[in-house]
Design a protein around this ligand. Structure first.
Ligand SMILES: CC(C)(COP(=O)(O)OP(=O)(O)OC[C@H]1O[C@@H](n2cnc3c(N)ncnc32)[C@H](O)[C@@H]1OP(=O)(O)O)[C@@H](O)C(=O)NCCC(=O)NCCS
Length: 216
């Protein structure tokens, strides 16, 4: 759940990879988040309803803790991708590399937050596929996701992605293998990066305009 590590990212946007059929029917786009989007990420986290916030971080967290989490997310070695609808960030998937462990494969923790009105529409599943691509290109062999045992959607998401589930203390830990990086996986991410930079720059520029000049 990653905050636990310390209680514990409108305009044309290109997907990192071909969207799943379910997401193709949705109005938004998935792209990588850039450091300049800290405020956008924080606004998304603050919009999570209390239960989703609790499920995301495995406990009660303050607005201040969310602000610190948003800062860490854009300033450390984590990566994040977002799902945007009409220029608004509605869901985030985070990839937090875990420290190296002797004799163990490189691993990272994945975490997801989808705003309530957007849950159950296949966005979490689509974000998971993009996150696997990021992990693959970072030579991360094992992707972990930590969630509360009563989190049905997250459990289904993990099972659907062939995760081995294990109850550690009071948390469920799902572990899945990421494939090895290939030229094509790197090319897909690289192309997505170009569009992410262009679209985030355009979105940030739009936010700086007075509302009556924004055109949406
Ligand atoms: C958990 C979460 C990321 C799932 O994302 P989502 O977009 O709602 O989920 P999807 O629509 O992609 O569905 C994922 C799976 O859950 C199932 N599902 C969806 N809603 C469900 C519900 N209310 N109850 C049980 N299963 C559900 C789907 O059928 C799907 O299963 P499948 O892959 O076997 O078909 C999202 O609900 C969320 O952000 N919750 C709050 C934060 C959180 O719990 N984060 C996880 C800890 S890091």
């Amino acid at each position: 759940m990653t905050l636990s590590a310390a209680p514990s990212s409108a305009a044309p946007q290109a997907p990192l990879a071909p969207p799943s059929p379910a997401v193709a029917r949705l109005p938004g786009h998935i792209r990588k988040l850039v450091p300049a989007e800290r405020e956008v990420i924080l606004a998304h986290l603050l919009r999570l309803d209390p239960l989703s916030r609790f499920m995301r971080f495995g406990g009660v967290v303050s607005d201040g803790a969310l602000a610190r989490h948003a800062t860490r997310l854009v300033s450390g070695d984590a990566s994040a991708i977002g799902y945007f609808v009409d220029g608004e960030l509605r869901a985030v998937a985070e990839l937090h590399p875990l420290g190296t462990r002797p004799g163990k494969p490189a691993a990272a923790e994945a975490a997801f937050s989808v705003e309530r009105p957007w849950q159950g529409k296949g966005i979490g599943s689509a974000l998971m596929k993009h996150l696997v691509l990021l992990a693959q290109n970072r030579n991360i062999a094992e992707l972990q996701v930590v969630f509360l045992p009563n989190n049905g959607p997250m459990r289904n998401l993990a099972v659907h992605h062939a995760a081995d589930l294990q109850l550690d203390d009071e948390e469920m830990v799902g572990r899945m293998r990421a494939p090895r990086a290939t030229f094509f996986s790197q090319a897909r991410e690289f192309i997505g990066d170009i569009f992410a930079v262009l679209s985030s720059a355009s979105a940030l520029q739009g936010r700086m305009l007075p509302p009556h000049l924004r055109g949406n």
